[in-house]
Design a protein around this ligand. Structure first.
Ligand SMILES: Nc1ncnc2c1ncn2[C@@H]1O[C@H](COP(=O)(O)OP(=O)(O)OP(=O)(O)O)[C@@H](O)[C@H]1O
Ligand SMILES: [Mg+2]
Length: 497
């Protein structure tokens, strides 16, 4: 048995009254990829933030190379060779790609001036290793979310750290990008880096990890060699119930239902936008979930932004309930009955506001805030919190205190009280654990039964397969295939994309 480079013993961490970690032991060896799984709110990110020097107040022992360590900040942790990709993107949109890759450690010459050309060249080389071909001088915020995520990963992987933590790094990546990431992780591992990898994609965890640890309710409930466990067993340990029922892998054929007779709520005809969309046409019907699947960069993002009035198409038309529409703004799209839960939920959630405010904001747009008494506002929010099983079920808590997956649920909860005509969901289950995904599937089905037209856009085959009645596949800005009333599977989708 190798001796660990990092060892935590009996770590306990509380936020106010909430105990996020209770007596957790955790060890990481050099040259090991250690997978971490657990329900939303189980304490995974909290433990990693203890390791990365973000949370400095906790009890328990923290040993680095067998010696007690006390970090006073994330900077201390970095100096000790620990780097982390956070679950929430922490790139700086206004800086260039190269500056983001070297954030905090730009190469300088002996006069202390940043060596721009060297930085751009090295950034470009590092990104190539992950298969990313991007101009190092471009502004990061102008790039798609998935690319931003890859750039953040590159920064951490190539920072020279000997302990690397990746908290949900693959949620916005396409399958080929995940493969390249895994290849790079294996190289780093073989060179002696200790890696912690957190994901809700259990198949990925099993594929890339040497060891897997399971968290539940702030405690470590299992630790095993990846080769010695199964997806079903891990799910069981994570949520302690019907592991088998949630174990879907979508590798087998799934039958899509016969066409739906509901009225056409949205008709998109020959939509074009710059180089991102080429003559895209499809319909969304009442009482139906339309899945739109494609790799990152296939045009989904632009499409959703056009639907919500954030981008103006160059050509083609949109009709809602048979009436041709042009959306000059988000407000006009919303007046036409379209609601959108965007890919980057950060933009529409208020981290410093309590959960109930984040939920009631969509109601306040419809009825005057004078009519909505705070007590009623909280009661409405409480119902959604219960229905979606948001944890902890405390509507007065600031949103920023919820775990990543629970914040996602809040973003959805907004639309449940007064549902729109057409609901457009971008990556609705990103960052959610298997149990929570199942909750979302049930909610979407309820909304469908109420007669809503629902569009689910996702780069994850599992997401569209679990939700959609009909699936449109996009590739390089065009619709290349439609699956309806026929068999479909993960492989068939990947092949079409
Ligand atoms: N800054 C904070 N203030 C208050 N409570 C917090 C804070 N950060 C986390 N918590 C709470 O600690 C618990 C563990 O959260 P954590 O973010 O570690 O979960 P997680 O396992 O990473 O979940 P997810 O899969 O959803 O990301 C949750 O109950 C969460 O609400
Ligand atoms: Mg987390």
């Amino acid at each position: 048995m190798r001796s660990p480079i990092l060892e935590l013993q009996g770590i306990t961490k509380a936020f106010g009254g909430v105990e996020a970690l209770r007596g957790v032991d955790f060890a990481l060896c050099a040259g090991e990829i250690h997978g971490l799984v657990g329900e939303n709110g189980a304490g995974k990110s909290t433990l990693m933030k203890v390791i990365a020097g973000v949370h400095t107040e906790f009890s328990g022992r923290f040993l680095l190379d067998g010696h007690e360590a006390h970090f006073r900040s994330a900077r201390d942790a970095r100096a000790a060779g620990i780097a982390m990709v956070h679950q929430e993107l922490s790139v700086v949109p206004d800086l260039s790609v190269a500056e983001n890759v070297f954030l905090g450690q730009q190469p300088t010459n002996r006069f202390g001036l940043v060596q721009w050309r060297r930085m751009a060249r090295e950034a470009g080389e590092q990104l190539k290793r992950l298969g990313i071909d991007v101009d190092p001088y471009s502004r990061l915020g102008d790039l798609p979310i998935g690319l931003q995520q890859l750039i953040e990963i590159a920064r951490v992987l190539f920072s020279g750290a000997r302990i690397v933590i990746l908290d949900e790094p693959t949620s916005a990546l396409s399958p080929p990008e995940v493969e390249r990431l895994f290849a790079t992780l294996r190289q780093l591992r073989d060179a002696g880096t200790g890696i912690v990898f957190i994901s809700h994609f259990i198949e990925d965890i099993l594929r890339v990890s040497d060891t897997v640890t399971v968290f539940r309710n702030g405690q470590k409930v299992a630790e095993t060699a990846a080769a010695a466990t199964t997806k079903g067993a891990l799910i069981e340990a994570m949520i302690g119930r019907d592991g088998k029922a949630l174990e879907h892998s979508y590798s087998d054929d799934l039958m899509l239902p016969p066409p739906n007779a509901g009225s056409v709520v949205l008709k998109v005809d020959q939509l074009t936008f710059a180089r991102s969309l080429r003559a895209v046409s499809f319909e969304a019907r009442a009482g139906e979930v339309l899945g739109i699947y494609g790799f990152m960069g296939c045009g989904q993002q632009e499409l959703s932004r056009i639907l919500f009035g954030k981008l103006k198409p160059d050509g083609g038309s949109l009709a809602v309930d048979g009436r041709r529409r042009t959306f000059g703004s988000t407000a006009s799209a919303r007046r036409a009955g379209i609601a959108l839960v965007p890919e980057s939920r950060r933009a529409m959630l208020f981290h410093q506001e309590p959960v109930y405010k984040n939920i009631s904001i969509s109601i306040l747009e419809r009825i005057s805030s004078v009519l909505l008494k705070p007590a009623r506002e909280r009661a409405i929010a409480m119902r959604q919190v219960e229905q979606l099983q948001i944890r902890p079920p405390v509507v007065g808590l600031d949103l920023g205190m919820l775990s990543g997956g629970n914040q996602q649920k809040v973003a959805l909860a907004k639309w449940l009280t007064y549902p729109p005509r057409l609901l457009v969901l971008c990556e609705p289950t990103r960052g959610m654990d298997v149990g929570a995904k199942n909750d979302v599937i049930n909610i979407v089905r309820d909304l469908r039964a109420k007669g809503l037209a629902i569009i689910v856009l996702s780069t994850e085959p599992e997401t569209v397969l679990s939700l959609a009645d009909r699936i449109v596949v996009m590739k390089r800005g065009a619709v290349v295939r439609e699956f309806a009333n026929e068999a479909v599977s993960k492989d068939r989708l990947l092949e079409a994309a």
